[in-house]
Design a protein around this ligand. Structure first.
Ligand code: ADP
Ligand code: MG
Length: 292
């Protein structure tokens, strides 16, 4: 038990690899992701559902401590690609991934990498807020901590408070931490889910249309929160809302579908450039609302 606690408390960032510094310099091994300003490097990533190639050949750098938005028409593979970034895609029967995704010098898909550790380092927030129905507000936030071994009651309480503060929810819930998570409003529930995700100190947070079930005010709150979170975390957000991508992201990646319905990356770049002066006519047409 002692060992487990020690391992999970260690602050070593992107601890996806249980052992091993194979193929890495001593410097890289020591500093981990900090040695590299790119949080993730995707190289020729493909994702299949059986024989259907939903994502083709994506090569993309995702910068650390910034917000990258995935945009593009429905069905172009945004969610699928997002789910390859924390090894969730492969949990579906028949679903496979090719190519490489480098994080801090290690490949997420290296056979020595434990997918459970990946999902800890790369957290995910879903379209619909999904607090655990049987759990209180506080239990929802601490639910991931329990899996990671022992912590004292006061440590857990501290982490719950800190995570709720970071998720801009503390002031609204501090007097009712024992009430069910599902008793909160939709927007509060989504911030609760964000608090739950960041409580385990991931390096990267993936968000799949996190505001699509929320009203405009709750959406605004989440967008403000994303702006604060990016000082600590690397964020990748899928959004179908162009204004939202323009407001919250630093980098935008635009995806489209080919004739075979397979998704591919059209272009990626600084959000200001993608929205005002894209390189590809397709990007311009999509942003102007001419298709999708
Ligand atoms: P987006 O998030 O951009 O709307 P998705 O990643 O959800 O797109 O879907 C990409 C493609 O993969 C679509 O053609 C969709 O029908 C297909 N797809 C998604 N999930 C599955 C699945 N579980 N099994 C088979 N095909 C799927
Ligand atoms: Mg989607």
């Amino acid at each position: 038990m002692k060992e487990v606690t020690k391992m999970t408390n260690e602050k070593a960032k992107i601890s996806i690899k249980a052992s091993a510094t194979k193929g890495r310099s001593a410097e890289q091994a020591r500093t981990g992701a900090a040695s590299n300003s790119m949080a993730m490097k995707l190289l020729n990533v493909e994702a299949m559902y059986g024989t259907f190639r939903a994502v083709n050949n994506v090569t993309l750098d995702i910068e650390a401590k910034s917000v990258t938005a995935f945009i593009g028409p429905s069905g172009c593979g945004k969610t699928t690609l997002l789910r390859t970034l924390n090894r969730m895609h492969e949990t579906l029967p028949g679903a496979t991934v090719k190519g490489s995704i480098q994080v801090g010098g290690a490949d997420l898909y290296d056979p020595s990498v434990d997918p459970v550790r990946v999902r800890r380092s790369v957290g995910m927030v879903f379209q619909k807020p999904n607090p655990f129905p049987a759990m209180s507000i506080a239990e929802n936030v601490s639910s991931g901590l329990r899996l990671s071994g022992t912590k004292s009651k006061s440590d857990v309480a501290d982490i719950v408070e800190e995570s709720l503060r970071k998720a801009a929810l503390w002031d609204e819930v501090k007097d009712k931490l024992k009430e069910p998570g599902v008793s909160l409003s939709g927007g509060q529930q989504q911030r609760l889910c964000i608090a739950r995700t960041i409580a385990v100190e991931p390096e990267i947070v993936l968000m799949d249309e996190p505001c699509s079930a929320l009203d405009p005010l709750a959406t605004l709150k989440i967008e403000e929160l994303i702006g604060e979170l990016k000082t600590r975390f690397t964020i990748v957000i899928v959004t179908h809302n162009m204004q939202q991508a323009a407001r919250v992201s630093d980098t935008t990646a635009f995806f489209n579908m080919g004739a075979d319905r397979g998704g591919y990356l059209v272009e990626a770049g600084p959000t200001s450039k993608i929205f005002t002066n894209p390189s590809n006519k397709l990007t311009e047409d999509y942003i102007a609302g001419r298709f999708g």
